[in-house]
Design a protein around this ligand. Structure first.
Ligand code: ATP
Ligand code: MG
Ligand code: MG
Length: 383
């Protein structure tokens, strides 16, 4: 069988591997740890650092096409692989998405085509930059330029003194200050673009975050108007076209209290908010990634059932505030109407760690939401 390669061994790689295997491919995973969610299910595991020349050479030799599931994979490694195999998304697209300054600049440059702007922002690389901050940018959020995820690497700031302290706490490296915006709700748009330039856009998803981590995704989103959905989907289509992107890309947006749509960030890979597509759409985001990178026709994105996805964090293994571990009552979750349970094969639960998710599909959103509420009660998650 032909082999598809993936950089990174996390749960996104694991679900990608499942989709690839279902279509008759073998999967090679390059991942530094010997034991990982994707490494456990792949036929080939290359357990080397992301920059190891021998590991990269082996991956390029084995694979007809290579992708990434890890947003912060070194772009140089992707570029090196791209000279030896078909790599999607390209190193240049990945390098924009993993650098908040480059990403913001791209969104601004793209605005004439996408009709959406990012939050007002400023690069903070020195104390002089802090002195020069426009009052209109405060209160704001200081974000690390690289490697931030799940709200890690972010500090909320009200004053210039706060910015100075936060900048120091981040080690004095360049950061991005973003104006704190009055969010009404958050949405994301999943897109896929083939090497032939054809693209597809999934239904818009409404996301609720808790402590900076995605909590639930609901599709169709109860707050999303048809006009907002169209604007976000059109923006996403313009963005992937301008990037010349190949593969699955997810774009996060804010909807402000006055209805303005603001583009937040993009992930050059399948996305947590797209997990509902596994159980609720004709083609899952992972199957779509396989199709795009293998240069096969893209699949239909149609959603066949309303869906609500709940992330299951390691917290569900802990009783109250204690530190004794016990397995959650999966039998009770699976007894709920419309339940589809996905666990990532991680055997060391920690609070705040993504261990799995459950998607409830039902004839109506109300029914799916009722199962979600019941699941929260079973897992000890406050609503
Ligand atoms: P992810 O895990 O999605 O990659 P991240 O760590 O890269 O997250 P962001 O998506 O930039 O971080 O921010 C995390 C959350 O913080 C957002 O989903 C939103 O709820 C809130 N947030 C971020 N920026 C702003 C802003 N400018 N104004 C208001 N809220 C914001
Ligand atoms: Mg992010
Ligand atoms: Mg985000």
């Amino acid at each position: 069988a032909a082999v598809l390669g993936v950089m990174g061994g996390g749960q996104l790689g694991r679900m990608f591997a499942h989709a690839a295997q279902a279509m008759g491919y073998q999967v090679a995973v390059l991942e530094p740890s010997r034991v990982s969610p994707a490494g456990q299910v792949a036929e080939h595991l290359i357990a080397t650092p992301y920059t190891d020349p021998d590991g990269l050479a082996e991956l390029a030799r084995q694979c007809v096409a290579i992708t990434t599931e890890f947003e912060n994979v070194p772009a140089d490694s992707m570029a090196w692989l791209g000279e030896r195999s078909f790599v999607a998304p390209s190193a240049s697209c990945v390098s924009i998405a993993q650098d908040r300054i480059a990403e913001k600049r791209f969104f601004v440059d793209c605005a004439p085509a996408s009709s959406v702007m990012p939050a007002p922002h400023k690069t903070i690389a020195s104390y002089a930059d802090i002195d020069a901050i426009d009052d209109a940018l405060l209160p704001g959020i200081l974000k690390t330029v690289r490697m931030g995820y799940d709200g890690k690497g972010q500090v909320r700031v009200r004053t210039r003194e706060d910015v100075r302290a936060a900048f120091d706490s981040m080690g004095g490296v360049a950061c991005l200050l973003e104006k704190m915006l009055p969010l009404a709700y958050e949405v994301s748009v999943l897109t896929a673009r083939g090497a032939d330039g054809q693209s597809v856009v999934y239904p818009i998803a409404e996301n609720v975050h808790r402590d900076g981590i995605l909590f639930t995704t609901t599709v169709p989103g109860p707050n999303v108007s048809a006009a907002c959905a169209k604007q976000a989907q059109d923006a996403a289509t313009a963005i992937v076209a301008q990037l010349g992107y190949v593969g699955v890309l997810c774009i996060e947006f804010f909807v402000l209290e006055d209805g303005t749509l603001v583009v937040n960030e993009m992930a050059p890979r399948p996305h947590n908010s797209g997990h509902y597509t596994i159980d609720a759409c004709v083609t899952s985001q992972f199957a779509q990634q396989v199709r795009a990178m293998a240069r096969l026709p893209l699949g239909e994105v149609r959603q066949h059932s309303p869906a609500v996805m709940l992330n299951i964090l390691g917290d569900a293994w802990f009783e109250g505030d204690g530190d004794t571990l016990r397995e959650p009552a999966w039998d009770r979750i699976l007894a709920l109407p419309g339940a589809n349970l996905h666990l990532y094969g991680k055997d060391d639960p920690r609070r705040g760690r993504k261990m799995g998710h459950v998607t409830f599909v039902a004839p109506t959103l109300d029914q799916a939401s009722a199962s979600l509420r019941a699941a929260c009660a079973i897992l000890g998650i406050p609503e």
